[in-house]
Design a protein around this ligand. Structure first.
Ligand SMILES: [Zn+2]
Ligand SMILES: [Zn+2]
Length: 460
């Protein structure tokens, strides 16, 4: 459909264009080189305003007004709302929720659906609760110093199977690449201006439709096998919860573009021959077609609070991939250092001097009790000596070492670091249209100098 009409002058005196679908204003999106309607998510081509995809759902769930008759197919579901964190969970009528899986609060209010519930697809659970618990135990036992609570039955019992709303975004991409490439052949070095355009498609890239599951967490347990997805059916919710989406794909266009752009960069880098040494490269990915599928994905989910912070633990319910964060308990010395800061060696030494002072004081009393001056003299010397030795020892061997360890730890990857997002290959459509247009240009040739130093290259 050809859409978009010129509709008079905008506030800045320029002509603005309207979306053919919803009459919202179209804005040019430089990241993908297209016009985008931020009202309904439709994407148009800049010149002819031809529709070329949409970030929106094919079916937008309708909100039920108060007292409005709800659809026959929604009568078999109930909605639970958590009083404390606002989580909105949908279950089929036979499954009851007794506490909130996200914050642990027992105050849940059940009510009839306030919005239609119509996902396109659902990936069923393959990982059982027993398996999920054993994965949790394994994860916890990999941690060195975690609070005792985390191994307790009370916490383990809080694990819940939840279907999370995910937007699977498919797009035709064109990545424009420009870079400089150096290639060595024998005693010569050739430099090229590499300029290429790669056309390809990425399919079913997941984006979290809920603020209860961060995009980072979702990416850490990806990928899901989309071939395992089936059409949504309420009976599949039995025994599980489903989370209502609270963020629409057309509201996260920026986030989607960002990930596609990063993937474009990977695809672009892979387009270079290994013989090139690449410098000053840039990549720009245009999305020439976008479509979104609303899919529920299975997750085993656990959330726990420790010292005021929430820690999440998530398992991909299809593949068993685990991710999560755990708190680390401080050692006694660590606790003192954190509380007392730089004064730690002095404080530890004063305590050591006082404790040994009392003990030695008793012993010395037997020896010099009759000569009080001598007694106090020896005691004072001893206190200073213990304080001094202890200070040097604590400062050199414990405090400094601990601080160094803390600093090293900051540079190191934490053992509970979340996995990276899967690479572009994971979502690459290999049997789709893949095309590369290269306009590489020869730049210059240089002779490699005897001493192999770049500054001695002779330009021919
Ligand atoms: Zn629109
Ligand atoms: Zn809650």
């Amino acid at each position: 459909m050809l859409g978009g009409e010129w509709s008079g002058a905008g506030p800045s005196g320029t002509l603005s264009r309207k979306c053919a679908n919803c009459a919202g204003n179209l804005t040019f999106d430089a990241a993908i080189g297209s016009m985008v309607c931020h009202m309904c998510g439709k994407v148009y081509d800049t010149e002819g305003l031809k529709e070329k995809g949409s970030f929106a759902l094919k079916f937008r769930e309708k909100e039920y007004a108060d007292g409005e008759q709800i659809d026959q197919e929604d009568l078999d579901k109930v909605e639970y709302v958590c009083d404390s964190c606002g989580a909105q969970i949908v279950t089929e009528t036979k499954t009851t929720a007794t506490f909130c899986a996200f914050c642990g609060s027992p105050t849940l209010i059940s009510r009839r659906l306030t919005r239609q519930f119509k996902p396109d697809m659902i990936i069923p659970f393959s990982v059982s609760k027993e398996k999920a618990l054993s994965l949790y135990d394994e994860f916890v036992s990999s941690a060195k110093r975690i609070p005792k609570d985390f191994r307790s039955a009370k916490i383990r019992e809080r694990i819940r199977g939840i279907y999370m709303p995910v937007w699977l975004v498919t797009g035709d991409c064109m990545t424009d690449i420009s870079a400089s490439g150096l290639r060595k052949e024998g005693s010569m070095r050739f430099s090229y201006d590499l300029s290429r355009a790669v056309t390809y498609s990425l399919a079913a890239v997941p984006f979290s439709g809920s603020d209860k599951l961060s995009q980072r967490m979702l990416e850490a347990v990806e990928p899901f096998d989309i071939n395992g997805a089936v059409e949504f059916n309420t009976s599949m919710l039995q025994g599980f919860y489903a989370y209502k989406y609270d963020n629409l794909p057309e509201r996260m266009i920026g986030r989607i573009e960002k990930r596609f752009n990063l993937y474009g960069e990977q695809v672009g880098k892979n387009s270079f021959d290994k013989s090139y040494e690449i410098g000053s490269d840039s990549y720009l990915t245009a999305l020439t077609g976008v479509s979104v599928i609303y899919c529920l994905v299975p997750m085993w989910f656990m959330c726990y609070e420790y010292e005021g912070l929430y820690y999440q633990f998530v398992i991909n319910g299809q593949t068993g991939e685990v991710c999560g964060r755990l708190p680390e308990k401080d050692s006694l010395f660590g606790k003192i250092v954190k509380k007392a800061g730089k004064f730690t060696p002095a404080i530890v030494s004063i305590v050591a001097a006082l404790v040994s002072g009392i003990l030695v004081g008793i012993a010395l009393k037997d020896l010099y009790g009759a000569e009080p001056e001598l007694y106090f003299f020896y005691l004072t010397v001893m206190l200073f000596a213990v304080f001094g030795i202890s200070f040097i020892f604590v400062y050199r061997f414990a405090y400094r070492r601990y601080i160094r360890k803390l600093m090293e730890k900051e540079d190191q990857k934490s053992p509970y670091e979340l996995d990276k997002r899967p690479p572009a290959e994971q979502y690459f459509v290999y049997n789709g249209k893949i095309d590369m247009e290269a306009h590489d240009k020869f730049g210059s040739a240089m002779k490699v100098g005897e001493d192999r130093d770049n500054r001695h290259y002779k330009v021919l």
